[in-house]
Design a protein around this ligand. Structure first.
Ligand SMILES: Cc1cc2nc3c(=O)[nH]c(=O)nc-3n(C[C@H](O)[C@H](O)[C@H](O)COP(=O)(O)O)c2cc1C
Ligand code: SF4
Ligand code: SF4
Length: 268
């Protein structure tokens, strides 16, 4: 089947997850509807049909998908709707994130036809996975998309496909909060971009150099959107943790993908 609409759902604070899922969707010529859930969850449920396709992308936060993103994703309901699921991680590990993502979409009426774990620059420690996804990644991502669309094209009824297996354990890892929170410096000219774009309203309008540590999820968006380069992670803990993290996680990881299988023929 060729999807009538591709519904692209993603949470992407520093925009790498968005890049990856858009690249996948663009390999098809079906029309695309985008749902960016980074800053807002839909007010009511959004339902899809069997001839739609869901492509969903989530970053990995402490081996899971972000808590806010998991909540927002519950609003998307399938009706035997095929899904391509993607997690994007910063070259450490994706642990239970892809399994968690698969479980959420399955419980909401979708059937996962393919799954991918791709690598991007780490949004807290950018020396790790620096400048990824790169050309080699993009070629791999496009090939994954082509294979996924070919699989979908080759079948009429997705219920014949096997249940896809992805890496991960149950119970999932406990969601961890990261003790590192960015703040602004004297270069800030109060333009307000970070205030407007912070997913959790953790930056006070009256003083954007500050951060409400209870609200901040350490996503790194305020750093990448600041035109003055005025916000950053810092402090002794960041320096010490960063050194250790970079030396433990710098070896290049490669993407992993998996596909749901059509039933084998009786003659085989
Ligand atoms: C709070 C937080 C936790 C993270 N935890 C992990 C992790 O467990 N494993 C990993 O490899 N990368 C981890 N990362 C890196 C992100 O998964 C990676 O940078 C991802 O590309 C961010 O996606 P985005 O650009 O769409 O925001 C973490 C990043 C943040 C902000
Ligand atoms: S203040 Fe925290 S939650 Fe807000 S954009 Fe910056 S890192 Fe993300
Ligand atoms: S985006 Fe940068 S310059 Fe603008 S208010 Fe935030 S910290 Fe200040």
């Amino acid at each position: 089947m060729k999807p009538s609409t591709i519904n692209l759902v993603y949470f992407s604070a520093t925009y790498t997850t968005k890049k990856v899922v858009k690249l996948i969707a663009e390999q098809s010529n079906s029309p695309i509807t985008e749902y960016d859930i980074t800053q807002q969850s839909p007010e009511s449920n959004i339902s899809f049909n069997p001839n739609d396709l869901l492509i969903v992308g989530m970053p990995v936060y402490a081996g899971r998908i972000p808590v806010e993103a998991a909540k927002a994703l519950q609003k998307f309901k399938g009706n035997h709707t095929p899904a391509i699921i993607v997690c994007v991680y910063g070259n450490r590990d994706y642990d239970d994130a892809l399994l968690e993502l698969k479980d959420i979409v399955t419980n909401n009426g979708f059937k996962t036809i393919s799954a991918g774990a791709f690598i991007a620059q780490h949004s807290i420690f950018p020396e790790v996975g620096c400048n990824r996804p790169d050309e080699k990644d993009n070629t791999f991502i496009k090939h994954f998309a082509d294979q996924s669309f070919e699989l979908l094209d080759s079948i009429i009824d997705i219920s014949i496909l096997s249940d896809i297996k992805v890496k991960g354990n149950i119970p999932y890892k406990q969601p961890g909060s990261i003790p590192l929170k960015p703040k602004g410096n004297s270069k800030c000219n109060q333009c307000g971009s970070c205030v407007k774009l912070c997913p959790t309203q953790a930056i006070p309008k009256e003083n954007p150099r500050k951060t409400n540590k209870d609200l901040c999820i350490s996503c790194g968006r305020c750093i990448v959107v600041c035109p003055q380069n005025a916000r950053r992670f810092g402090g002794l803990l960041y320096k010490v943790a960063g050194k250790k993290f970079v030396s433990a996680n710098s070896a290049r990881k490669e993407p992993e993908v998996t596909f749901s299988l059509p039933p084998t023929s009786i003659n085989e």
